[in-house]
Design a protein around this ligand. Structure first.
Ligand code: ATP
Length: 312
């Protein structure tokens, strides 16, 4: 039994990333300048970000019986994530994300979810003991929401903190899941899907953050890219706006996941909401200065050496 453990119930995806000057138009083929493959998936990314910060992290997920499945499990293990609850299925393939990054460092992504779609309520039930003996369960919007709901139901019954990052954002999301959520973390797009409040500026995001805490969660966090992060909390009318120093982004893929995992690592270690967010925002900013997703996340030792002031 481990009372400081984070358990991530979520997606594992093989990222296939092409770097090109500009996105191809329909029917057009453009030449890429570079190619990298790596482990991804919002669940796995958040698990790795938290583990790289030194947290005790276990992953519940599914991959296919294929080479991407093996390499993703190996990658998680090498990053210190407990993969004993990551299953292999014959019924589908390991998920893939075909990512194109243009020279403005914007990305365009096609995700084929494969085995992640088999992460059902039954899988949550089969892993109920690890969920109920953890401190926090993290879910994202990349798998079947019924699976997320069951993971949260198990967590709630056992006083485990529930964290939802509803990325990549589904306009048809069943919002009743928010009754089971302690902390919700979105970007501006996802905040718009959830609240229906169009997002054009920071004032709109503040309205959405306040609205989200009315919908169930105790805390609503909205990440705003280089504009920093907002925090709204139940019972408080004031919204905190945590700013970050803008950095020159090389590849923003997975910055939101880096933020979520880093925040979670601090939160289970007992750091205050505001200090955890401040640090996670700075550490997520470091990740956009490097190529890749998980590979762009800084490890605790490196942060201690080069940016000790970024830690709480
Ligand atoms: P993605 O979907 O690409 O993972 P996201 O939209 O979920 O990203 P963002 O809000 O873009 O997430 O970024 C998350 C955090 O990363 C921000 O709150 C901020 O702390 C940091 N960040 C991202 N881009 C920059 C930047 N150019 N300069 C400084 N910090 C940044």
């Amino acid at each position: 039994m481990s009372y400081d453990r984070i358990v991530v119930f979520g997606s594992i995806v093989q990222d296939l990333v092409s770097y090109t000057d500009r996105f191809p138009r329909p029917g057009e083929s453009v030449r890429g300048n570079d190619f990298k493959s790596g482990s991804g998936g919002k669940g796995a990314n958040q698990a790795v970000a938290a583990a790289r910060l030194g947290a005790n992290v276990a992953m519940i997920g599914l991959v296919g019986e294929d080479m991407f499945g093996d390499s993703n499990i190996k990658g998680l293990t090498e990053n210190g994530v407990d993969t004993s609850c990551v299953g292999k299925t014959k019924e589908s393939h390991t998920a893939t994300a075909t990512i194109t990054v243009n020279k403005e460092a914007e990305n365009s992504i096609v995700v084929t979810l494969g085995a992640n779609l088999l992460l059902t309520p039954e899988v949550a039930d089969a892993n109920s003991s690890i969920i109920s003996n953890s401190k926090m369960v993290m879910c994202q919007g990349e798998i079947d929401e019924k699976g997320n709901r069951r993971a949260f139901e198990i967590a709630r019954k056992n006083k485990v903190i529930t964290f939802l990052n509803p990325a990549p954002g589904d306009p048809n999301m069943d919002k009743t899941i928010l009754d089971l959520v302690d902390i919700i973390c979105t970007n501006e797009n996802e905040a718009e899907f959830i609240t229906g409040i169009p997002q054009n500026n920071v004032e709109d995001a503040k309205k959405a953050a306040l609205e989200m805490v009315k919908m169930g969660p105790k805390h609503a966090i909205i990440t705003l890219g280089a504009k920093g992060v907002l925090l709204a909390s139940k019972g408080q009318n004031e919204i905190e706006h945590i700013s970050v120093d803008k950095v020159e982004a090389i590849d923003t893929t997975g910055a939101g996941d880096c933020f979520c995992g880093t925040f979670a690592a601090h939160h289970v270690a007992g750091v205050s909401m505001i200090d955890a967010i401040r640090s996670a925002a700075k550490i997520a900013a470091l990740s956009v200065t490097r190529h890749g997703t998980q590979s762009s996340y800084w490890k605790l030792d490196e942060i201690k050496e080069k940016h000790p002031d970024f830690l709480p």
